[in-house]
Design a binder for this molecule. Structure first.
Ligand code: F6P
Length: 322
């Protein structure tokens, strides 16, 4: 039997497009005749009963905004067996028999545990990092890429005027997808990602010298957060080459702003799919995108999948950006 009363929450780092997913869950649920609760501040809202019943108007005018109207949090209390039981009891008290969790893989581990405690959950991938193995796409990724690209285009203007080298750090602790794609889009001379160890001489100095020999006088180097040492890298480049160098850490600017069309549309499709699964009596699933199709996987299997990195694109990037 399908769920009759569902709840939706956003958890972990926010991502532009989460609001479109919340809206889709609320409106799909209501249109299927379900009662729908919005849970405030991630799993914390389930622990302390901070939920509100939603109607069609509760999610008006949120889709075009970044952030999450439900707020978000990382919840250490929920990450304990007692916390999971407490959240499950709160769901039972409210009659909630299905929960949609919008977040990253940490949030999905919570969804798996809550399903294990008797409350069927569906995960929807929302994180700018694109670091969830089972899906080609995570909500927020496209907006973050476009923001990073726009910011680096601006940095390039001043880098070029001064004949400098700019080392720009983008987000992505364990995943170089933001760095790789932004690097291609801005023509970074070198892109450093956590998936591929780099050699300072070969990947940085030799490439600067090669570019210099073809007449290039300004250089953009994109570094993923997970590689780090961005300031040191800029200082070392300046010391070894004599080229004036600057470091910029883009940081949380990448997490905000109006979601792109792609993020709004994918989030809407994923949110609808999540509610359809609950309506069909399914739980412990994660919604994913494969090519342009919306599909779903068992959460436990999804969490065990190995992530792949697009090494061909990494090589292409190095060929094009000299
Ligand atoms: O949401 C993903 C992410 O932005 C990562 O790229 C980054 O490492 C992390 O979150 C930062 O998280 P916070 O500053 O919110 O703790």
């Amino acid at each position: 039997m399908g769920a009759k009363t569902i709840a939706v929450l956003t958890s972990g780092g926010d991502a532009p497009g989460m609001n479109a997913a919340v809206r889709a869950v609320v409106r799909s649920g209501l249109s299927f005749g379900m009662k729908v609760y919005g849970v405030m501040r991630g799993y914390n809202g389930l622990l302390n009963g901070d939920l509100k019943e939603m109607n069609m108007r509760s999610v008006s005018d949120i889709m075009q905004h970044g952030g999450t109207a439900l707020f978000t949090a990382r919840s250490p209390e929920f990450n304990t067996p007692e916390g999971v039981q407490k959240a499950a009891n709160m769901c039972r008290e409210k009659g909630i028999d299905g929960v949609v969790v919008i977040g990253g893989d940490g949030s999905f581990r919570g969804a798996r545990d809550l399903t294990g405690a008797g409350i069927p959950c569906i995960g929807v991938p929302g994180t700018i990092d694109n670091d969830i193995a089972c899906t080609d796409y995570t909500i927020g990724y496209d907006t973050a890429l476009n923001t990073a690209m726009e910011m680096i285009d601006r940095i390039r203007d001043t880098t070029e005027s001064h004949d400098r080298c700019s080392v720009v750090e983008v987000m992505g602790r364990r995943c170089g997808d933001i760095a790789l794609n932004t690097g291609v889009a801005v023509g970074a001379l070198t892109t450093l990602v956590p998936e591929i160890p780099y050699d300072f001489q070969k990947d940085v100095l030799d490439r600067i010298r090669l570019a210099q020999s073809t007449g290039k006088r300004h250089y953009i180097i994109v570094v993923a957060e997970g590689v780090g040492h961005t300031q040191e890298l800029a200082e070392r480049i300046q010391k070894e080459t004599g080229i004036e160098s600057r470091a910029t850490i883009l940081g949380h600017v990448q997490r905000g702003g109006a979601p792109t069309l792609r993020d709004r549309v994918v989030a809407s499709r994923m949110g609808y799919h999540a509610v359809e699964l609950l309506q069909n009596g399914l739980g412990n699933r994660v919604v994913a995108m494969k090519g342009e199709q919306i599909v779903d996987f068992d959460i436990t299997e999804a969490l065990d999948m190995p992530r792949t990195f697009d090494e061909k694109m990494y090589r292409v990037s190095a060929i094009l950006s000299i």
